[in-house]
Design a protein around this ligand. Structure first.
Ligand SMILES: Nc1ncnc2c1ncn2[C@@H]1O[C@H](COP(=O)(O)OP(=O)(O)OP(=O)(O)O)[C@@H](O)[C@H]1O
Ligand SMILES: [Mg+2]
Length: 279
């Protein structure tokens, strides 16, 4: 199927509970997609506590905060990471991107519009949980990847978050990753539990993308400040992630609905610039 090349697919990586592996997933997923030939921009949206740059051992000169405070163009803030991924560091000192003045947001949108044509995917690594403003942003993206672990608390929080998001936008596709599984069965059971609960109580389908094993490679790579997929490409977690990335690419190509509905920039305008909201 022909892809709409004019606009990158905007994908947010979210979780209910914190610390389940979103940032490690986002970074290594971005690198995996790039290894598979895709052009990727990774956006650290955990503004104030962003750590993607730390995870790859890069000292970035600018962060998104410089865009707003020093008016530095977005394309000068974007750094190049491994496998030629582009990334925007989150920085610290700004607490909320979503409560910006309209003029600042307009500038942001204008520059983002220019950028989306240059990428296949824009990935947003979000902070844990959601508030009113970030949920508004999550309604704008084309797809959500929800990360959980097999822990009941993580599953419950993932469910609560999806329930809330689904109540405000039933159309947005949800993908699911179960991270830190000890056994395949444990991961599959987790996915089934969430799938069944969503189907039964929310009449919503969620597409499992795969399982990532609990693997010491991750914490070793974090300590070395090297993305795990590069630190040890042969590790179980790295191989599993490459499979997830290729499944995700195939899924995007086959999913006609999401391509037709893709309108990240239009949604941002509608939701954040006070224009008439749409459902
Ligand atoms: N597959 C895994 N195997 C082993 N350890 C892991 C795995 N994934 C993540 N971890 C551990 O969990 C820690 C937290 O991961 P990460 O920072 O990516 O989570 P997060 O969801 O982004 O957290 P936050 O909610 O604070 O943003 C990592 O430093 C690592 O030690
Ligand atoms: Mg994080």
């Amino acid at each position: 199927m022909q892809r709409n090349n004019s606009q990158a697919k905007a994908v947010a990586i979210v979780s209910g509970k914190g610390g389940v592996g979103k940032s490690n997933f986002s970074l290594n997923f971005a690198i995996s997609l790039a290894k598979l030939g895709k052009r990727v921009l990774l956006f650290d949206m955990d503004i104030g506590m962003g750590n993607i740059d730390i995870l790859m051992g890069r000292n970035t000169e600018f962060t998104i905060i410089d865009f707003f405070e020093k008016q530095i163009p977005l394309k000068e803030i974007i750094s190049t990471g491994p496998e030629n991924i582009s990334f925007l560091a989150g920085g610290s000192g700004l607490t909320d991107l979503f409560s910006l003045e309209e003029s600042a947001f307009k500038r942001f949108l204008a520059e983002l519009t220019h950028l989306t044509g240059q990428y296949d995917y824009i990935l947003f690594d979000m902070g844990a949980g959601i508030n009113q403003d970030s949920s508004k942003f999550l309604l704008c993206v084309d797809e959500l990847i929800v990360i959980t672990t097999p822990e009941p608390t993580a599953i419950m929080d993932a469910y609560s978050m999806m329930k809330y998001l689904n109540s405000i936008n039933h159309l947005i596709p949800f993908y699911l990753i179960c991270n830190r599984v000890e056994t395949t069965k444990e991961g599959q059971d987790t996915n089934k539990r969430l799938q069944n609960a969503l189907r039964k109580f929310l009449t919503k389908e969620i597409t499992p993308l795969g399982l990532l094993p609990d693997d010491k490679t991750v914490s070793r790579a974090v300590i070395k400040q090297i993305p795990f997929i590069l630190f040890n490409p042969e590790a179980r977690v790295s191989k599993a992630l490459i499979e997830i990335a290729s499944r995700f690419i195939k899924q995007s190509f086959s999913d006609d609905l999401t391509v037709k509905n893709r309108n990240f920039l239009g949604n941002l305008k509608r939701y954040f610039l006070g224009k008439k909201a749409h459902k």
